[in-house]
Every structure is written in C-alpha cells, then in structure tokens.
Design a protein around this ligand. Structure first.
Ligand code: ADP
Length: 481
C-alpha cells in the first residue's frame, strides 16, 4: 500500500510524447517510485497523442475559462501510468511538437500553455479532483515552474512542492506584461520571486517558491552554482543551495535490456557478449557503412544542438582515416549541424552515416552495435544515452561534465590497472581533447581483451531507477513530514 501520494506535473511523458530525457524520466520515475510505496499520478497537457491514449477517460474537473477557453481534466491509465490530462483544445490541440509549431518556431502562446498546466496542477494539488489529495507535488522544468507560484499565492493550504531542473538552459522567460493576465500578483514580481532581468521566468518561480529543488546529477547540482555553468541562475541557485539536491537519472532497464530487446538484430548479455557483433554487422548494413577490418565504429544518438558538442566531432573528421574510425549519427535539430553531417556522410559514405529524425529502433541498434557511444557535450545535466550505452556494451566516450562525470569511470591508468574503467572521458570540452580521447579509444580497441573488460565493467554498472527512486522517496518523505 502506498504511504505517500504524489502529483507529478510534466510537459512530456514517455511513451506518449517525447522530445528528450525529460519524457523518459516523467514516464519511468512513477513506476520506480511505486516500488518505494509512493503512488504517483502525472498531470500532462492534453496533446492529441495524450487524448488518444486516454480515449474514454472520465473528466474529473472542469474550468469554464482556463487562460482563454474551456478546459477539463481527464483521469485515466496509459499502460501502468496514472494520468491526469489537461484537455484544453485552445492550448494543446494543434499540429507540431510540445513546444514548437509545425512551422519550426515556438508556439506563440507557450506562456499561456504552460501557465495553464501549472494552474491546473496547483488546483489538483489543493483538492480539485474528488478522492485525490497529494502529500507532495513534483514539478518538472520551467513548464511546471509556475505551479509553485500559484500555490504560494493561493492563500490556501498547499502540499509541499519539489521542483526538478532537467536542463537549466530552458528558462521559460516571457515579457513582464503577462504577469496579470496569467493571474500572478504584482508582489511576485521581485528579485526573490519570478522577476528575471525585467521579464518573468517560470524557471525562477519554480526555484524560488519550491520547498526543495533537485537536479539530475550531483555534479550538475554543483556546476550550476558557478557562473560558467549557471546560465545567469547561479546566484539565484546559490541563495537556495541548502535545499538543492542532485539525484542522478536512471533508465528503464526493461525497455533497455540487450538480452530481450526486440528492436536489435541479435540479443546478447555479458555472458554472451560475442553475439553483440551481429548487431555491429546489422548496423553497418542498415546504414550503408562498409565492413572495414578493425574499424572502430562510433555511434551518436542525440539532439543536434550546441549543448551536445557535435561540432567538435566535425573538427575531428580528418582523424577518421588515420585512426580507422567510422561513425553512425542519429539526431535531429540544428539544420546547420544536419547539413554538415550530411555533407560528411556524402564525402565518405563507407565511414560516415547520418540519419536525421527520431527513431527508437535505430537508437537501440546503435547502442547494441556501435563500439563507442560518443557524447562530447558542453554541459550535460545527467545524460541518458551513456547509461543505455553502459548497459549495451557500447563504451561511452564523453566529456567530463555533469552527469557524465558521475556515471562513467574514465579509463585512466589507475582505473585500467585496477580493472574498473567503464568508459573514456576528456576535458576540457574542445576538439583537441576529443581527438586525444579518440586516439586513446582506438589504441585500447586494438587490445580486444582490455576492450572487453571495459565493456563488461560497464554492463555491470547500476544504471536503473532503484537507487535514485529511493533517494527521491526519502526526500519526498522528509519534506512531506
Ligand atoms: P536530452 O534530454 O538533453 O536530449 P538525454 O541523453 O538526457 O538528452 O536524453 C535523450 C533521450 O532521447 C535518450 O533516451 C535518447 O536515446 C533519445 N534520443 C535523442 N535523440 C534521438 C533520436 N534522434 N532518435 C531516437 N531517440 C533519441
């Protein structure tokens, strides 16, 4: 029996709507918390995919006018997830993604769209729906940040609010003139509130009006207190340092299980590691890469944005022949990066393949078949792809930032002699440091026994949700008490 009831508020949730890691966490954490006797229900916007999944769900609340139109909250199950869907057609029933329209630009009313989510979240927190009174509210990223402000200024009793920052780069900044239309009091427009350089920031509301703040790895929790990674929020966060916690993310080890994964060419495990090679062949075949003797196959599964540092990979292309490297890249985003990788692939199709768009199937095959999972991020709050890589025997080669620093044991001389390395890391985040790490990877790859040991170490790493969910549950209990 659950001894704690939580309301989670998220703008995306796997498997219904996903643009990045946030969706994975919003989808996986409720199931892991159930094992810790915490019952989580999640409020999500009623995007078309969400309403389809909840077809037949019962309305549990209505708003005559929620920021420009009528809205209802539906409650239903999607798989094992207990969902509240905010059905507000004027805000969410439209083409495009959760944040960006079909035209490639931000929805012009994102402030209203996520303020509405937050208003509905605050109302649910305070007993709007029959038989649902959460002990704790857990908001994810700026899209849920205003929940904390609505609760604070409601004048009513409210459960405690925990705010999780998945990526400080997304700050939900809008013009100050929206304050009153969004139903926020003038008294919230202060330095210790949601005022941010004469504008309003939903992220800042979440930080300043929450009872606890978490972010998704211990190292990132320290990094964001410093000016170079604080993205203008380091001072704001330092003021709340005593309630800031870093809890690493996990991955769903059922979905990501090389021994039973239906999306890969051949299942394998640490006891049957040789079978992994069939996935490498399949990956080369599928992406048109040549079978080159002894070539080290690098894989990338990533959003294409400057955060991910993939421009550094472009700078290292001259190394591909001399070091005998190949690359499969799966990603979507920045058109300039797409074009650069498309050109690189066209110039050397036997060594470089680039697939643009979103593909769960290819993502799994890359993890199962690539020798290295490459992630040269400039900053990385936690990162999920390196966790998948560890589990799939793809050796992660990453920058030493954020969650990468917390989840990978770099193959330095001491780790190699102790036999505990699980990947390769480089610092600073610059092309020459990446080049050095690629050279080192090629050198280790030429020693199959050593490579295999690093793979096996990685496959033993604890990348699941059990530990982090326990930490969240303990934090929730402490704060709810
Ligand atoms: P971020 O949230 O910054 O995008 P993470 O590493 O935390 O980065 O999470 C990214 C998630 O999205 C992972 O589950 C990864 O496998 C997935 N992903 C990213 N790009 C793609 C893509 N093009 N196709 C399929 N999955 C992708």
């Amino acid at each position: 029996m659950p001894d704690l009831v939580a309301l989670s508020i998220a703008s995306e949730i796997f498997p219904l709507v996903k643009t990045g890691g946030l969706a994975d966490i919003a989808g996986a954490l409720p199931l892991a918390l159930a094992q810790e006797n915490v019952a989580v229900s999640t409020l999500v916007p009623g995007y078309p995919a969400v309403l389809d999944a909840l077809a037949g769900a019962e309305p549990v609340a209505e708003f005559a006018d929620l920021l420009g139109g009528p809205a209802r909250i539906l409650r239903g199950k999607a798989g094992e997830l207990d969902l509240f869907a905010l059905n507000a057609p004027h805000l969410y029933l439209r083409p495009g993604g959760p944040y960006i329209g079909a035209d490639g630009i931000d929805h012009p009313d994102n402030a209203q769209r996520f303020a509405a989510l937050s208003q509905a979240g605050a109302a649910l927190s305070q007993g709007l729906a029959a038989n649902f009174t959460p002990d704790i509210v857990h908001g994810h990223d700026w899209q849920a940040g205003l929940t904390a402000a609505y609760l604070r200024f409601s004048g009513k009793r409210a459960p405690p609010f925990v705010f999780t920052i998945h990526n400080l780069a997304f700050q939900g900044v809008f013009r100050a003139g929206l304050l009153a239309p969004l139903g926020l009091p003038a008294t919230s427009f202060v330095t210790g509130g949601l005022e941010f350089y004469d504008q309003i920031s939903f992220l800042k509301a979440g930080i300043n009006f929450s009872d606890a703040i978490t972010t998704v790895s211990p190292t990132y929790a320290r990094e964001i207190l410093q000016p170079d990674q604080g993205m203008s929020f380091d001072g704001i966060l330092r003021a709340r340092e005593e309630v800031l916690y870093g809890i690493r993310n996990g991955i769903d080890t059922q979905v990501w299980n090389p021994a039973a994964d239906p999306l890969i060419a051949k299942n394998f495990s640490n006891r049957k590691l040789a079978a992994r090679a069939e996935n490498t062949h399949a990956l080369r075949r599928k992406t048109g890469l040549a079978e080159i003797d002894g070539a080290l196959l690098l894989g990338v599964v990533s959003r294409l944005s400057s955060q991910k540092g993939l421009d550094l990979v472009l700078e290292c292309l001259p190394l591909f022949e001399p070091l005998n490297l190949q690359l499969v890249l799966l990603g979507a985003g920045d058109p300039e990066l797409e074009e650069a990788f498309a050109e690189a692939a066209a110039a050397a199709p036997e060594r470089i393949a680039a697939h643009f768009g979103y593909s769960e199937g290819l993502a799994h095959l890359i993890q199962a078949g690539a020798h290295v999972l490459l992630a040269p991020s400039r900053f990385e709050p936690c990162g999920l792809t390196q966790l998948c890589a560890l589990r799939y025997g793809a050796v992660p080669l990453t920058s030493r930032v954020g969650g990468f620093a917390d989840t990978i044991i770099d193959a330095n001389d001491m780790a190699l002699s102790a036999g505990c390395a699980t990947g390769l890391q480089f610092t600073p985040v610059a092309a020459d440091a990446l080049a050095a790490a690629l050279r080192k990877a090629a050198g280790i790859f030429a020693n199959p026994a050593l490579w295999r040991q690093i793979q096996l170490n990685g496959m033993k790493s604890d990348v699941g949700w059990t530990q982090p969910a326990r930490t969240y549950a303990n934090l929730f209990r402490k704060i709810a008490a």
